[in-house]
Design a protein around this ligand. Structure first.
Ligand SMILES: [Zn+2]
Length: 171
């Protein structure tokens, strides 16, 4: 039976802004942290990735890569994995315009597909529903991602200019 998904959790890879990073790189880091995918889930989706905890990764060039299958429980957030999907932006606090655009498309698509409210999750609720930044979940010490997902949603998924990575040579 497919699991119930009612929360999108947005992360950053905590890599230098603009540095090329792939799901293979992230898989290696997650493997080193002891994450492991179950073999049946792995053979059904991205078998080369044996550890990655996220479901989607958005590269610096805007490419949407997949990690775990949506029906597979992720490993990306304490206490909320069972009912959520994890989306990771490569970088830390500045992302290319195409990354921002593809994040908005992905979030919109997933909210439509799973019936997830396209709004900031109410952090006071017993069950978190909606969209949230990892670091915005109560009890999370980490700043992840390096921008406010709540404010981004409230601005209609428009990035704050200070979080946009400009092409080299522009400032
Ligand atoms: Zn995170």
């Amino acid at each position: 039976m497919p699991r119930t998904i009612n929360l999108l959790v947005i992360h950053c890879a905590d890599t230098p802004n603009g540095r090329w990073t792939t799901t293979g790189d992230i898989n290696g880091w997650h493997r080193a942290r002891g994450f492991r995918r179950q073999s049946a889930a792995r053979s059904a989706c991205n078998p080369a990735l044996d550890a990655i905890g996220y479901h989607f990764v958005i590269y610096t060039d805007g490419t949407r890569a997949t990690g775990r299958a949506p029906d597979e429980v992720g490993a990306h957030v304490a206490g909320q994995n069972a009912h959520s999907l994890g989306i990771c932006l490569v970088g830390t606090d500045r992302f290319s315009a195409i990354q921002w655009a593809h994040l908005a498309v992905l979030v919109r698509d997933l909210c439509t597909r799973y019936g997830i409210p396209l709004e900031p999750a109410d952090t006071g609720a017993q069950v978190l529903r909606g969209v949230i930044g990892h670091g915005e979940i109560p009890g999370t010490a980490k700043r992840c991602p390096g921008f406010s997902v709540r404010e981004w949603l409230q601005r209609g998924m428009t990035p704050d200019p200070q979080h946009i990575l400009l092409p080299k040579g522009q400032s």
